[in-house]
Design a protein around this ligand. Structure first.
Ligand code: 13P
Length: 288
């Protein structure tokens, strides 16, 4: 199946009270692991690509070619969106031109008026190509691939202004943080999420910083309109831990254990396991 935008999958998720996972990719192994797990679990999935990861993977065109090739060669039939994560204005334009089916334009560091202006322009370009658009209000704390946020809680009225522009999905800062949560984290701000959900109607809301959010908070967030949950760091952590174990056990030194296909296999399997676990938690299994 060809790439799809996120409109149908997220509207269905919102309606059915579950969330679709966005799992960020870094290389071929990551991409293959996520696509195969989605297929095995009959789940829709969103492949997230940060601008930093796009540079690492030799640019948007290389990624589009790789993902489209895999959809065909791996016979993937579940809905898959290829989504730019935290895109800049120019990055969003370039990703759209290269063949991404979905983009995030993160204008959260601009004033609300400038965010509205730029998001409006991006929506116009995206609509012409049938591409879905995610915008952001408030900010996500911490740092992801050079995108740094102070973690401001989004203002519900500003969320409504951006939602009404016709975005497909909206990311709002509600105390969520990229990377691992600190010991003294206050948790998600459900009062703010409820107010944003009320102000934006049926808009699918996006929860960034999915790594390490306790299950009960994930479920409560979904009940308050969250239909897309982004996970990145957790896949990196399990990949690194499984690879470390393989090397510490000296397996790379036994027979042909140094073969990259063997060396990267435990990490790849660890990604498959965590993605499956998240799909079960988010409720997207058998929703393809
Ligand atoms: P984590 O790295 O905390 O899982 O966040 C991912 C994310 O929000 C991508 O935009």
């Amino acid at each position: 199946m060809a790439l799809v935008n996120t409109k149908d999958m997220l509207n269905k998720a919102r309606e059915g009270q579950y969330a679709v996972g966005q799992f960020n990719i870094n290389n071929l192994e990551w991409t293959k692991a996520i696509l195969l797990t989605a297929q095995q679990n009959n789940s829709p999935v969103i492949l997230g690509v940060s601008e930093g990861a796009a540079k690492y993977m030799c640019g948007f065109k290389t990624i589009v070619g790789m993902v489209n090739g895999m959809l065909e060669e791996l016979k993937i039939t579940v809905p898959v969106a290829l989504h730019l994560d935290h895109g800049s204005y120019q990055g969003a334009i370039d990703a759209m031109e290269a063949g991404f089916s979905s983009i995030m334009f993160d204008g959260s560091h601009y004033s609300i008026n400038e965010n509205i202006e730029k998001t409006t322009e991006i929506i116009k370009m995206a609509e012409a190509k049938g591409i879905s658009v995610e915008a952001e209000v408030g900010s996500i704390g911490g740092e992801e691939d050079g995108v740094v946020g102070a973690g401001e809680i989004a203002d519900p009225q500003e969320c409504k202004l951006i939602a009404d522009l016709g975005v497909t999905m909206l990311a709002a800062g509600i105390g969520n943080i990229h990377g691992q949560y600190p010991e003294n984290w206050q948790g998600l701000n459900f009062e703010a999420l409820a107010a944003i959900n009320n102000a934006t109607g049926k808009m699918p809301l996006v929860l960034h910083g999915g790594t390490g959010i306790p299950e009960d908070m994930i479920k409560e967030a979904i009940s308050l309109g969250v239909s897309k949950i982004n996970v990145n760091t957790e896949c990196q952590l399990v990949f690194a831990a499984a690879t470390r174990k393989y090397i510490e056990e000296g397996k790379d030194l036994q027979a042909k254990g140094f073969d990259p296909r063997k060396l990267l296999a435990p990490g790849t399997k660890a990604i498959e396991d965590i993605v499956k676990e998240k799909m079960e938690l988010f409720g997207s299994v058998n929703r393809a």
